[in-house]
Design a protein around this ligand. Structure first.
Ligand code: ZN
Ligand code: ZN
Length: 254
């Protein structure tokens, strides 16, 4: 049992609230379920913030991908941060009280891809909130090996929850050396916007961003894109980017 503060009332409880796909079909439910127990190599995290990915919208909508992949009942959510409140017997580094986020892909560690540094291709991958219980919950259990330690002084919960999609952008962006390069970022959703900031941080020369939503176009400017194009309004965007890049194509397109 854990202590929960509900509406100013402190109570001992063995259950928690979750946002869950209870059966095949569109929609989600708020349910009360047992608080999970960490296995020997797991940690139990009290979730302080969680964020919504496009994947969650697919699952809410119950599109054809979700129908093939999701096996209800399942608690959604793979972007989160929080505080560790319990650890399994074999946990080596994480401690109760640590302020953490997590890599959402739990890989097997023993297949060919895992053993050759290509764990992102592990065929046995379980994704939080997709293949195993997720973080749209008061508590979530994750293996210690996917824990990412946060500095609370630098990252409040509503930012630390973005470590997962931000890590995605860091991996994709830093896959190549971008210092001194001209880069086009096509699409300025959250990942594209993160990408603009990362390109600046690693010394990209110029950043050409495009989107069709006014809010995202404005955010792309604030993130530091050198030129931002409305892909619907500005005619031939390829011509526009080449013009803005001194008559040359860009070095990298993301
Ligand atoms: Zn996601
Ligand atoms: Zn593997």
């Amino acid at each position: 049992a854990v202590t929960r503060h509900i509406g100013g009332v402190v109570m001992q409880t063995d259950t928690m609230r979750v946002i869950r796909k209870t059966e095949a079909g569109k929609g989600l439910d708020v349910c009360e379920v047992p608080i999970p127990t960490p296995r020997p190599e797991d940690v139990l995290v009290y979730v302080e913030a969680a964020s919504i990915c496009g994947t969650d919208l697919h699952i809410w909508n119950w599109d054809s991908w979700s129908q093939r992949r999701i096996k209800p009942p399942l608690t959604l959510g793979h972007e989160f941060c929080g505080t560790i409140v319990a650890v399994g017997d074999k946990v080596r580094g994480a401690r109760v009280g640590d302020y953490v986020s997590a890599e959402s892909h739990v890989t097997c560690g023993i297949c060919y891809h895992c053993r050759t540094g290509q764990a992102h291709m592990c065929p046995n991958t379980e994704i939080l909130g997709v293949d195993r219980e997720g973080a749209f919950a008061n508590y979530v259990v994750v293996p210690e090996k996917v824990i990412w330690q946060n500095d609370r002084e630098k990252l409040p919960p509503e930012i630390a929850t973005l470590q997962e999609p931000f890590g995605n952008a860091v991996f994709a962006t830093m896959y190549q050396d971008l210092s001194g390069q001209s880069v086009a970022v096509l699409g300025c959703g959250p990942i594209g916007l993160f990408t603009i900031g990362i390109i600046k941080a690693v010394g990209g020369r110029s950043i050409f961003a495009s989107d069709i939503h006014p809010t995202r176009i404005e955010l792309a400017r604030r993130m530091g894109a050198s030129h931002v194009f409305n892909a619907e309004a500005d005619g031939d965007i390829v011509v526009d980017i080449v013009d803005a890049n001194g008559g040359y194509g860009v070095d990298v397109v993301l």
